[in-house]
Design a protein around this ligand. Structure first.
Ligand code: MLT
Length: 246
């Protein structure tokens, strides 16, 4: 039976952000790309936390009879991956953290998220799209790959306002995971786009330093959305890791 890879998307995106990895890996692996509530194909629900998104994943795995997975979490998907690993450690055999962080929000970024909740209530998802599109990509991608920016623009606009508000609240309330890092004892790969301004290199280094069996891989010419901006470099590092870790 094929090994299962579960890819968790970021905010305010959906499972299609993993299309380049699905295409490259699905002949060898059982690739699962769930959507968090309110994104992609999953209906919105209120009052969620990183732990409840993790519980949704655990229920989905149980339904499919999947006991062991490799967990790959991008940004908010990384926050959920930490929650999942803390609650269901026996289910995870390898971990890939992509442009994410273990630290929780500063007071300022927490307040900013709560302001954004009000903005979405009043004006919908479009203002969030504008802010995110500005920060997600490297200058290289913005200049040379406008088609990538367009695809992600459309992806963000499919998010429901309810899903976006719930995710903002859940991220604002998420626990700090820095103290949890040394207890992660499985093979771990940490990716970061070299021009990531949302979860920069320092955040990736901190995770790679504190997780005992972790390696750091920097992706040149990529911003936050490294898997989508530099597909080949990302996929080849991921495949190498999977071959040795599994
Ligand atoms: C994401 O890409 O999932 C979000 O930007 C993460 C965050 O805002 O902390």
């Amino acid at each position: 039976m094929k090994q299962t890879l579960v890819f968790l998307h970021g905010y305010p995106l959906n499972h299609t952000m993993w299309n380049p990895q699905r295409e490259a890996l699905q002949s060898k692996y059982n690739v699962i790309t769930p959507d968090f509530a309110g994104f992609g194909n999953t209906p919105a629900r209120e009052n969620l936390s990183m732990e409840s998104y993790a519980d949704d994943l655990a229920a989905q795995l149980d339904e499919q009879g999947l006991e062991k997975i490799t967990l790959i979490g991008f940004s908010m998907g990384g926050y959920v991956a930490f929650a999942f690993l803390r609650k269901y450690p026996e289910k995870v055999q390898a971990l890939v953290l992509v442009d994410t962080q273990a630290k929780t929000d500063t007071l300022e970024s927490r307040e900013n998220r709560l302001k954004q909740v009000t903005i979405v209530q009043e004006r919908g998802v479009a203002p969030i799209r504008d802010t995110m599109l500005d920060k997600l990509f490297s200058n290289h991608t913005k200049q040379h790959h406008p088609e990538i920016v367009r695809i992600v623009d459309e992806m963000i606009m499919t998010a429901t306002p309810e899903g976006v508000q719930t995710a903002l609240q859940a991220m604002a309330n998420r626990p700090d995971m820095v103290e949890f890092l040394p207890s992660i004892r499985i093979p771990t790969l940490v990716f970061v786009g070299e021009d990531d301004v949302i979860t920069p290199l320092d955040a990736a280094k901190l995770m790679a330093d504190r997780i005992p069996n972790a390696h750091l891989h920097t992706i040149p010419n990529a911003g936050h959305l490294s898997n989508f901006e530099q597909t080949q470099a990302f996929n080849s590092a991921l495949e190498n890791f999977l071959t040795t870790a599994l």
